[in-house]
Design a protein around this ligand. Structure first.
Ligand code: BG6
Length: 600
């Protein structure tokens, strides 16, 4: 996943684009590049974290330019593979967010025509293909313009874009100072104010500057030539565009004194639960009706959001007796033929742009399945294609490892289940108590100290096991994800019931096993599991309201009743955080992953 950015306005383009890229860095941070137009296009790009203003010395003052921050998909991480890529005569440059699945075949055809390639990216193939098409168009139109601006280039880009396979969005800066962007799959939004226009992969990147946003749909080309134009790529017809006000509950992005965004965002857990409570449940009436009418209810997500989806389905089954089942966004093929009109699909998602999930929702929507989404990023694609869209209003989540948004998603799922079962007030009261309990937990230094001590020990482990059951199974799975993402160690969340069937063979002296035990129906089974792993020499770390025998380390948590699972994720998020810090990793931007996976 990458971030693309474009700017035209009265400020110095390279500085505005740099700030925009810094706000997009969560989408990928292997390399970055900026191109601006003065009397010619000046472009520079490099591997590594996005730099500071002092790295812009080489750029001329300019009022128009584009930028890109990369998460490598095709082509290794290198300066030459960074975007944007110049055309051969430097008449335009181009950056992409997405994957061109048929790039090799098009590249081979271009090589036969004599084109040379300096990088091994699919993006450079798009540049050469546009150059090639431009030549053909000029031959036909004999308007042998000696520049790369104007209608011919847009027409060449439009034609080539129709031949690309895969989900992607491209952005082009022309020598005429035009910005042209075409979207199919990866997100694209345009921000406007009286003097400026911003192109970007998300609304947060230009939030401080604009209120009016034009969200670009798949199959549309948008360009700026002093005015904004919207075109249907297939028919080449000009389309009217409408801007919408995006309410940024907060677009402030700074650590506010915390060492890392991750710790700041965990500390915002009480706030995000209060945001769930602030919802007007009357808004849910249509949605509740759709839930009761649906023949089949699916919850769907990828990564951490996929685990949240599973916990939401659990709460719907447990508290609302609704037969909801969760599916993992990247693996639902056999379900597609089972989807029928008025089924319901519920998607929690931080970005609202996860390609795997979007693809399923688009197919489901065409089959008459009702779509509901719970999304944190304002103006996202998922929210736009939903029949019922619920903003998480959790504020920007910058750390690539999702924490407060996961907590928000499962708290919302719990309240939804309580509302359906006619116990909205009880649900709200329980969440209020939970919010207070988490706030107190986070503000108790001894909790952090105990977890920091444990983090130092576990940071030396090779394999870390987590055992959970019933309401806590998804919680230990999410704990596994957090530990893997932050420490790059192998962690394994196991349903406690399966322990005896395979995992117990891995139990031996000193193997660390984290067990999450609540005062619920599964407590007895969990304590059996503790004694079974202890009998084989494992080191047991208990997260529980009571210090049961068998715990070698004990992390006390308050007993919050029906919401115990939501409480239990907090110590696991903190453990993952302190392990990442202990190991000296880049906590907010772990290696190889990105915050929003907008490619398949
Ligand atoms: C992963 C993120 O890449 O994508 C996870 O690291 C996230 O934190 C997952 O849960 C799905 O993304 P989203 O935006 O749909 O929640």
């Amino acid at each position: 996943m990458c971030g693309i950015f474009g700017y035209f306005g009265d400020k110095n383009a390279s500085e505005v684009i740099l700030q925009g890229l810094k706000r997009l860095e969560y989408r990928g941070y292997d390399s970055w590049g900026i191109a601006v137009l003065a009397n010619q296009i000046t472009l520079s790009k490099k591997v590594g974290a996005i730099g500071d203003l002092n790295q812009l010395a080489g750029y001329p003052k300019s009022q128009v330019g584009i930028g890109h921050t990369r998460w490598a998909t095709t082509g290794v991480v290198s300066d030459i593979n960074a975007h944007p890529h110049y055309s051969s005569d430097k008449g335009f440059c181009l950056a992409q967010n997405g994957i061109m699945e048929n790039y090799q075949q098009i590249k081979n055809e271009l090589i036969k025509k004599g084109y040379k390639f300096e990088s091994d990216t699919d993006t450079e193939v798009i540049v050469r293909a546009i150059e090639d098409r431009l030549k053909e168009i000029r031959k036909i139109s004999r308007s042998a313009r000696n520049d790369n601006g104007g209608g011919d280039l847009k027409e060449a880009a439009r034609q080539v874009f129709l031949e690309l396979e895969g989900r992607n969005t491209i952005i082009i800066l022309t020598r005429d100072g035009e910005i042209v962007s075409l979207r199919n799959g990866s997100p694209l939004v345009v921000g406007l104010n009286e003097k400026e226009v911003f192109f970007s992969s998300d609304t947060l990147s230009f939030a401080p500057h604009v209120k009016d946003v034009v969200v670009i749909d798949n199959g549309q080309m948008v360009y700026w030539d002093g005015k904004l134009h919207l075109v249907d790529i297939k028919s080449n017809r000009t389309l009217p565009y409408k801007s919408e006000k995006i309410n940024f509950e907060s677009s402030k992005i700074d650590k506010e004194g915390y060492d890392h965004f991750m710790l700041k965002e965990i500390s915002e857990s009480p706030y995000v639960i209060n945001q769930v409570l602030s919802r007007d449940v009357k808004l849910d009436e249509g949605f509740i009706k759709a839930i009761k009418k649906a023949r089949n209810i699916y919850t769907i997500g990828s990564g951490t959001a996929g685990i949240a989806a599973s916990q939401i389905a659990f709460y719907l089954r447990l508290f609302a007796q609704v037969k909801a089942q969760s599916v993992i966004g990247a693996d639902i093929y056999e379900y597609l033929n089972l989807l029928i009109k008025d089924d319901l699909m519920i998607a929690p998602s931080q970005s609202g742009e996860t390609a795997d999930v979007l693809e399923v929702l688009e197919v489901a929507g065409k089959k008459g399945v009702k779509i509901a989404s719970y999304v944190n990023m304002p103006g996202s694609t998922m929210a736009r294609i939903s029949d019922f869209s619920f903003p998480a209003l959790a504020g920007p989540e910058i750390c690539v490892m999702s924490t407060k948004v996961f907590t928000s998603q499962i708290a919302w799922g719990y309240l939804l289940a309580k509302i359906i079962s006619g116990k909205a007030e009880e649900g709200k009261s329980n969440l209020k108590k939970l919010s207070e309990a988490i706030d107190q937990y986070l503000n108790t230094g001894s909790n952090h100290e105990a977890i920091k001590t444990l983090a130092k020990i576990l940071a030396k482990s090779k394999d870390i096991f987590l055992l959970g059951k019933y309401q806590n199974f998804n919680i230990v799975k999410e704990g596994m994800v957090k530990i893997i993402e932050g420490s790059y160690l192998h962690a394994h969340g196991i349903p406690a019931g399966d322990l005896k069937h395979y995992a117990i063979t891995l139990m031996e002296k000193g193997v660390p096993v984290i067990v999450v035990v609540s005062k619920d129906a599964a407590r007895g089974d969990m304590l059996n599991a503790v004694s079974q792993v202890k009998a084989r020499g494992a080191t047991v770390i208990g997260i529980s309201p009571a210090a049961y025998s068998g715990f070698d380390y004990y992390l006390p948590v308050p007993d919050t009743g029906e919401t115990a699972a939501i409480m239990n994720i907090i110590p696991l998020q903190l453990l993952a955080y302190y392990m990442a810090v202990e190991l000296g990793h880049n906590v907010d931007k772990p290696r190889n992953i990105a915050k929003s996976v907008t490619v398949k």
